[in-house]
Ligand binder design. Structure first.
Ligand code: DLL
Length: 441
């Protein structure tokens, strides 16, 4: 496969008109499909079974003729069955943590790594990182793509990288103060914890804390959560998205100028949004499942990956001037959706209400139980220290208000349980927001 041209900041792609973008994407798609058909027996067999040849794909919409790739394809071909090159030609291997069984294995050639680094460099530049920034990475290093992905991208963007990795909050603060860290990189839930700890430890902006930017991703979060983190850490916070099967972080990210959706790197990824049930495309701007086909990968050229992530994509020009398509915050994963008494519930819907209501903290847990035949959802949320020192009466008012607001959004009643500050478990990586006791009791 010929190496694609890519740059950290490439106005010929990022500001091109939509027709030009689509024309160029088609060239890369055709090349990708021919490559996959020739190199990956698993895809060739799937296409043969449908009677499809690469030459049947002539326009971007013809991509719908091709089969999807799901996590099951990775599991069935574990570890290297979807790869287009032998393992000896790989420069690096990562994996995503499966909840059960074997993890999903992903790999990169030298060229793949080079492109991925550019992608992340582009994303951090969008988020406002410049050469004078000191960037502290609190994502885990290891098989997770977050630590290493951000690491090399930030280096390429010219920042000074502090690879602290996740956890050890004392050390996070020590380096943050001693190195005068300007940019903090983690999951939003860990950032919320760091913000809380900074407040409890009496650390002050301009004295011990010098942060100006926060780059957060790898899990769903809400606008309300952004506002809380920005206020506590004194940063301008942006959202960024990616997944191991597509490369890791770098698929899309918000620009710090507009913070109005995550710009998709369309020179390297072709996106579709479908109704997850009917599998029909949804109208632009409507929420559906994101399907992504990378247009550049040598080692693991995945076709139509079903991300399970729910988002809406717009191609309207951003206030920053870019014309690249933007995806909205991820509402949740289709496989993380709770069904409570027949109603679909995403943790972000509840987080939205909690963060809009004064007196709560950003630390919460959804506990699902079954009483008889009836599913019950309890929302456990820590109250703020200030609220905790208030009268019992004020707490009752808060609990009733939350119950009412959640009911008006979800249409079902939940039990709200206000808990003491700092009693729920904190996460250092991706937060676990749901405790589903229905299958374990
Ligand atoms: O989480 C890659 C990543 C690392 C992205 C660091 C951003 C920053 P996985 O572990 O394979 O890869 O998990 C991918 O995480 O399908 C989403 O469900 C979720 N996710 C990732 N970014 C976001 C985000 C990395 N900004 C899965 N908002 C994806 C919501 C996200 N969910």
């Amino acid at each position: 496969m010929t190496t694609t041209t890519h740059k950290i900041w490439d106005p010929t792609w990022e500001c091109a008109d939509r027709d030009t973008v689509r024309r160029r994407q088609l060239d890369r798609l055709l090349e990708t499909i021919a490559y996959v058909y020739a190199k990956v027996p698993h895809y060739r067999a799937k296409m043969d079974a449908k009677g499809l040849m690469p030459s049947d794909i002539r326009g971007l919409d013809d991509i719908r003729l091709l089969p999807y790739t799901t996590k099951l394809d990775f599991h069935e071909t574990y570890p290297f069955g979807l790869f287009a090159v032998p393992p000896t030609e790989l420069t690096r291997i990562h994996s995503s943590s499966g909840t059960t069984g074997k993890p999903t294995v992903v790999g990169y050639t030298k060229n793949d790594l080079n492109t991925w680094v550019d992608l992340v460099a582009r994303m951090v530049s969008l988020a406002g990182v410049v050469e004078s920034d000191i960037a502290q990475i609190s994502f885990g290093y290891g098989m997770f793509t977050g630590g290493f992905g951000l690491h090399y991208g930030l280096e390429r963007a010219g920042a000074t990288v502090v690879p602290v990795s996740s956890g050890n909050t004392d050390r996070q603060f020590m380096f943050m103060e001693d190195f005068q860290t300007t940019t903090f990189i983690s999951t939003p839930s860990y950032a919320a914890y760091i913000g809380e700890q900074a407040r409890l430890r009496g650390l002050e902006h301009g004295k011990q804390i010098h942060l100006r930017l926060g780059l957060f991703g790898a899990e769903p979060w809400t606008e309300g959560m952004r506002a809380r983190i920005e206020a506590e850490l004194g940063v301008s916070a942006t959202d960024n998205y990616g997944m191991s099967e597509l490369c890791g972080p770098g698929v899309s990210g918000e620009c710090v100028i507009a913070k109005d959706g995550m710009h998709i790197a369309e020179d390297l990824f072709l996106w579709e949004v479908i109704d997850p049930l009917t599998e029909e495309p949804v109208a632009e701007g409507e929420i559906g499942e994101l399907i992504v086909t990378p247009l550049w990968k040598e080692a693991l050229p995945v076709i139509r990956y079903r991300t399970r992530d729910l988002t809406a994509v717009t191609t309207a020009r951003c206030a920053c001037g870019r014309t690249s398509a933007r995806m909205s915050r991820v509402k949740g994963r289709t496989d993380d959706m709770l069904i409570i008494r027949g109603v679909n519930v995403f943790p972000t819907q509840i987080e939205h209400v909690l963060m809009e209501t004064e007196g709560t903290s950003p630390h919460y847990l959804l506990v699902v139980t079954r009483e008889g035949a009836l599913d019950t959802l309890e929302v456990w949320v820590e109250v703020s220290e200030q609220m905790f020192s208030e009268s019992f009466n004020r707490m009752t008012v808060l609990r009733d208000l939350l119950t009412k607001r959640i009911h008006s959004i979800l249409g079902i009643s939940v039990k709200v349980k206000l808990v003491e500050p700092q009693t729920l478990e904190r996460s250092q990586g991706k937060a676990k927001r749901v405790l589903d006791k229905r299958n374990i009791e």
